[in-house]
Design a protein around this ligand. Sequence first.
Ligand code: X2X
Length: 343
Amino acid sequence: MKVRKFLALAVATAALLATTGSIAQTAYKPEYKMSLVLGTAFPWGKGGEIWANMVRERTQGRINIKLYPGVSLIQGDQTREFSALRQGVIDLAIGSTINWSPQVKELNLFSLPFLMPDYAAIDALTQGQVGKDIFKIIDKAGVQPLAFGENGYREISNSKRAIHSPADLKGMKIRVVGSPLFQDTFTALGANPTQMSWADAQPALATGAVDGQENPISIYTAAKLHNVAQKYVTMWGYVADPLVFVVNKDIWASWTEADRAIVKQAALDAARDQIAISRKGLVEADQPLLKDLAALGTTVTKLTPEERAAFVAATRPVFDKWKKTIGADLVATAEKSIAARKK
Ligand code: X2X
């Protein structure tokens, strides 16, 4: 009996120590808010769900994350997400490099037109020296980066005609994200770019206020853009936006070292899954996702190397201009990493 009592007391004390040990850091919140532009119908939101579930399971519920898709914590204004993360309005996020580039200019790197010719090139950047450099920059800017995911190659769609050349884009009203580099790229191509949030883009496409947009094919299909007159898709692979898994710095500091390690490993594991989901249907030899598009009645255009070269040439001045803003050294490291990639 005595032994039993002693054991019970010892167990209770150990449990108390374990909890107070973490409370010494600061109390955990009952729930943490994760910001996302897109919900679980999209590879982006799926990544958020996978990460949150892994964290909940691996911390035995100590860290409980709720998803806020549609960037609802900032009223849909996706280009304010990074500032809101820094200020603590958002606890965690999986965000696009495009949406954060107004605050972190180096993130424009991934939006340089025709920098990354294939998936191996994206990996050469995010999983190599450039990824390390970018994480240092995000960290310095006040947010804890953990892993790279992927939104994907942004292909162009429109309601008017099949696009084979910059001339086909002439005067076309194209919705772009609120990022000046995109404004420059589409102006250089002769189009008429209009900046708006993703929330505003869908009604604008439906009413014909804009003729076209650019986004990964997984977004085109899940958002059913064929229903908003987007009949033509051109696979031009001009830019791809990585996603970044991050945590607000105060929240990060409030967790025990063991829990931080769990959250980080979960981010890396979830990001690997998220990238695979994001590429599904596009990396296989027969590209089943493009067959799905054709089945929707969408006209899919693939560029010949000559056609693609015309887009590269037309956007080269934009590339050169933004290289200075991003940092010539970082761009040079990126170009070197891509040239040395394993295909
Ligand atoms: O707004 C977009 O186009 C989207 C959903 O791809 C991003 O948030 C960058």
